[in-house]
Design a binder for this molecule. Structure first.
Ligand code: SAM
Ligand code: MD0
Ligand code: SF4
Length: 349
């Protein structure tokens, strides 16, 4: 283990075998990996932690992902927020000191109509109203929409492969094209956007699958990379699966930090709510995502209700806990500076 970490610290590339070894850490080794990851994170980012607010503005979806609560065949009450409501929510997040608003939707046919006209209108309206970062998570939109999303003011495009194991992908993202879901991040980059990829853990993937995912994150060059534990959802084909614990996710966070010191790596509140936040920060994350204002009738994704209306995913609550652990929320200026730096590196892509 130590040899592998030394190799990584010396800037040498790790092999698949090395990364598999890291993923098979025993409890004692895990603590050591987390500590190493924390040190690297603190060296790169000091005491600041970035914060993103989550606005799931349409829960309609044309897809039927087997893991997702919002798949089209689920019988549930859905909502679609108006442009005004989305702008209002974004302003609230800005006023509260949040660095970025993540505009997320299911692959809602209404938003995809006429070259994604409604989605673009939403991005433009939010861009005009607030000067914080904008991430869009609209699913696999057509290639020609990317320059328009950038033009409308989106800084980041998030779209998660979940796994690079083709057979597993096919079981998860039913009827969706594996290669298209890879291409979209490249199209986003070519349009000048920063990108995020993510893996889901606890779905039956092997240690090699996890290691393979992390290995690809370097060459692919997304500025933000994540891991999220699968949360079984009622009414889906995967509802009966046992909820995995978050060990693999925490290890993935630490290993990504060790291999890619300057990446943005989230601690999501969407898996274990607020109770899992500190563990993820302690594994080397430098961003909190899925902060959701209470009482606005907004859903999370993996945890559509957990900790929302009790205010535990609110800005105030998250900031307080951050300060309790000796960290602080990054200012918008610091965030802007960080993404400007990353945009410059994007250069010729
Ligand atoms: N609809 C868009 C898409 O699929 O790209 C954006 C939103 S989608 C709900 C965002 C991500 O949430 C998915 O890519 C997946 O990684 C995560 N997610 C959805 N359901 C989940 C679950 N049950 N457990 C863990 N993560 C989940
Ligand atoms: C999160 N629930 O950050 C959100 C979501 C989409 N870009 C992000 C999965 O956990
Ligand atoms: Fe739709 Fe995204 Fe859920 Fe898949 S993960 S069903 S694309 S909302």
């Amino acid at each position: 283990m130590q040899k592998i970490l030394d190799k990584s610290a010396a800037g040498e590339e790790l092999t698949l075998k090395d990364v598999v070894r890291l993923f098979s850490a025993d409890p004692e080794e895990r603590e050591f990996l987390f500590e190493t990851a924390r040190k690297i994170r603190d060296r790169e980012f000091g005491d600041k932690i970035f914060t993103y607010g989550f606005v799931y503005f349409s829960t309609y979806c044309r897809n039927d992902c087997s893991f997702c609560y919002f798949r089209r065949t689920s019988d549930l009450e859905r909502y679609r927020k108006s442009v005004d409501e989305i702008v209002e929510l974004s302003k609230n997040l800005r006023d509260a000191g949040i660095n970025l608003v993540d505009l997320t939707m299911g692959e809602d046919p209404m938003m995809y109509k006429d070259g994604c006209a409604r989605l673009l209108e939403i991005i433009r309206a939010v861009r005009e109203a607030v000067d914080i970062g904008i991430m869009v998570s609209p699913g696999a939109v057509p290639k020609e929409v990317f320059p328009e999303m950038r033009e409308a003011g989106a800084d980041f495009y998030a779209c998660y492969q979940e796994t690079y194991n083709f057979d597993l992908f096919k079981k998860l993202r039913l009827e969706q094209d594996y290669q298209t879901r890879i291409d979209v991040r490249r199209w986003a980059k070519e349009a000048g956007m920063l990108t995020e990829d993510g893996m889901m853990t606890g779905l039956g993937e092997t240690l090699e699958d996890r290691a393979d995912f992390v290995m690809r994150m370097g060459p692919q060059g997304c500025e933000q990379i994540r891991a999220m534990t699968f949360v079984p959802q009622d009414g889906t084909p995967m509802s009966e699966l046992k909820a995995p614990d978050s060990t693999a996710e925490l290890l993935a966070i630490a290993i990504m930090r060790i291999m890619y010191p300057d990446k943005i790596i989230p601690a999501t509140l969407d898996v274990e709510g607020i109770s899992g936040m500190v563990d993820r920060i302690n594994a080397g994350a430098n961003l909190i995502t899925s902060i959701v204002p209470p009482n606005k009738k907004l859903a999370g994704v993996a945890q559509h209700e957990l900790d929302i209306d009790n205010g535990h995913r609110s800005v105030e609550y998250v900031f307080k806990i951050l300060r309790d652990i000796g960290k602080r929320p990054a200012t918008n200026e610091e965030f802007r500076e960080m993404i400007e730096g990353k945009r410059k590196e994007l250069g010729g892509c």
